[in-house]
Structures are given as C-alpha cells and as structure tokens.
Design a protein around this ligand. Structure first.
Ligand SMILES: Cc1cc2nc3c(=O)[nH]c(=O)nc-3n(C[C@H](O)[C@H](O)[C@H](O)COP(=O)(O)OP(=O)(O)OC[C@H]3O[C@@H](n4cnc5c(N)ncnc54)[C@H](O)[C@@H]3O)c2cc1C
Length: 239
C-alpha cells in the first residue's frame, strides 16, 4: 500500500467570510475507507522542510464509498497551509495526503448520550459522525451538538443541522454566539451550555470536544469540575 494518496480538488465553496469547504476526489480505483471522525494529513507545497509541509484536516463528510472527501477549513492570517489552500489551490489542484487516520471516532455500539462540543471548523468530525449515524440508521441515544462561533455569519452548516433536528427527535442542535448583539439563542461560549444543561452528573453521557486547545482544554477542565470522569470525555485538538 503506498504511503500517500493523491486527489484533486473538484469543488470549493465559500461557506463563511473566513471558511471554505473543499471537495477532493481521491485518485484511486479502490474505495478508500475511513471512519466518521477521522482526518487526513496533507503534505502541501508550503515549506522546504518536509515536516513543516504537513497539516491535518478532519473529514467533514460521512463515509459513503464514493472516494470524495469534504474538508471545512478556516483561513488563518499568515497561516502557511491555509494561505496556500485559500489563495493558490483551485479546482483541479492535486493534493497529496496520507490515508485517513485518527481515533476520534464513534464507539462500535452507541450506548450513551453523545454531547458534541465544538467551535468553528471543529464541527467537521461531528458532521461526519452525525450523518453517518442518520444515513445508516445506526442505533443511538440522544445526540446534542453544541456549536460555538462569533457571529451569525460564521455559523457552519446551520440549515443542515436544523433540518436534522426537525427530522430526528433525538438530535438537538444549539448554536452559541460570542459576538452577536441580535441573537435570540445562547450568547457567550459553548461552556455555558453544557454547564447548564448537564450539571446533573450522569453516567449516561459521553462528551466529545473538538477544536483549538483554548476551548478544548477549558472544556475538559470544566467538565471535570462538574464531576464527569475522564472516561466520559474524548477530544480532538486542532492545535
Ligand atoms: C487532527 C487535526 C484535524 C484538523 N482539522 C482541521 C479542520 O478540519 N479544519 C481546520 O480549519 N483546521 C483543522 N486543523 C488545523 C490545521 O491542521 C492547521 O493547523 C490549520 O489549518 C493552520 O495551518 P496553517 O499552516 O494555515 O497555519 P500555520 O502556518 O501553521 O500557523 C498557524 C498558527 O496559529 C495558531 N493558532 C492558534 N490559535 C488558533 C486559532 N484559534 N485558530 C487558528 N490558529 C490558531 C496555530 O497553533 C499555529 O501556531 C486540524 C488539526 C489537527 C491536528
């Protein structure tokens, strides 16, 4: 098995002022399998040193055997990879990446309520997991997606999750905005939501956090302060 795969960008969509969705068709006759929640590590032409060319991105779509991977990527001021992906890469650009990897995945059997906590593009692995569950009628308990960002214009996949919430009584979707004046939903940070809604400790809950270390580290600490155990908390750190 070769170490690297290649794929070409087949579609790019501006999702918010700072976030784009990229669709990449893998160049392979074989179906490249992955598990919902996994990521790929791309080697991008952004540095002369090989190790400094590597960046990981969560797969945002559910596995569906069509060899297309979706990524949801936020632009970082002066970020090497994101400058390349946003300003140089275009439809047809070939990307080189390792096989999907990572252990931030769903349990074999979903026996607990899942609380997915994320900010910004940290929603990507959860989108994959949630679609995987509903596309395949996977047996599950309650699912609560808590998504935080700054303003309305930064919300990712809103319509899609709202529709899922209407269709599936077990799915709950909460948006929290930290810098929006006119907003009827939660204002502030993701932490307030679970601290309020899950303050009564229960072994039935499993918390998954994904995003940048500031949010994730704080989340882990706050969940432990409520009284949740380490085995009830899983996380994926973006950096
Ligand atoms: C497993 C994994 C999955 C990932 N999945 C995604 C994904 O799906 N979507 C996505 O957009 N990113 C994702 N990332 C982050 C991604 O790999 C890159 O780190 C990111 O795109 C920045 O790369 P860059 O080369 O543009 O920035 P660099 O040139 O590497 O510089 C960016 C610098 O900003 C820092 N930084 C600090 N705080 C923040 C913050 N809040 N936001 C951004 N940068 C910050 C970084 O640590 C770094 O030092 C993932 C990371 C990991 C490890």
């Amino acid at each position: 098995m070769p170490k690297f795969l290649t794929g070409n960008i087949i579609k790019i969509k501006n999702e918010t002022p700072t976030t784009k969705r990229f669709w990449v068709k893998i160049n392979s006759e074989e179906i490249i399998n992955f598990q919902a929640g996994q990521f790929v590590t791309m080697e991008l032409p952004i540095h002369e040193k090989r190790l400094k060319r590597m960046r990981s991105y969560s797969i945002a779509n559910a596995p569906d055997k069509n060899n297309i991977l979706e990524f949801c990527i936020v632009y970082l001021e002066n970020g090497l990879a994101t400058s390349y992906l946003f300003n140089v890469a275009t439809i047809g650009t070939e990307l080189k990446f390792k096989y999907p990897a990572g252990v931030f995945i769903l349990p074999q059997k979903i026996e607990h309520d899942l609380i997915f906590i994320c900010t910004g593009t940290g929603v990507a692995p959860f989108r994959s997991m949630i679609h995987f569950i509903y596309n395949n009628n996977i047996s599950h308990k309650k699912i609560h997606l808590i998504f935080g960002t700054r303003k309305k214009e930064n919300i990712l996949y809103q319509k899609e999750f709202e529709n899922l919430e209407k269709e599936h009584p077990n799915f709950k979707y909460t948006i929290v905005l930290s810098r929006e004046e006119h907003w009827e939903g939660y204002k502030g940070y993701v932490h307030q939501v679970y601290e309020k809604e899950y303050k009564d400790i229960s072994d039935e809950k499993r918390f998954y956090l994904c995003g940048w270390s500031m949010m994730v580290d704080e989340g882990i600490e706050r969940l432990k302060n409520i009284g949740y155990q380490e085995n009830q908390i899983r996380f994926e750190l973006y950096g």
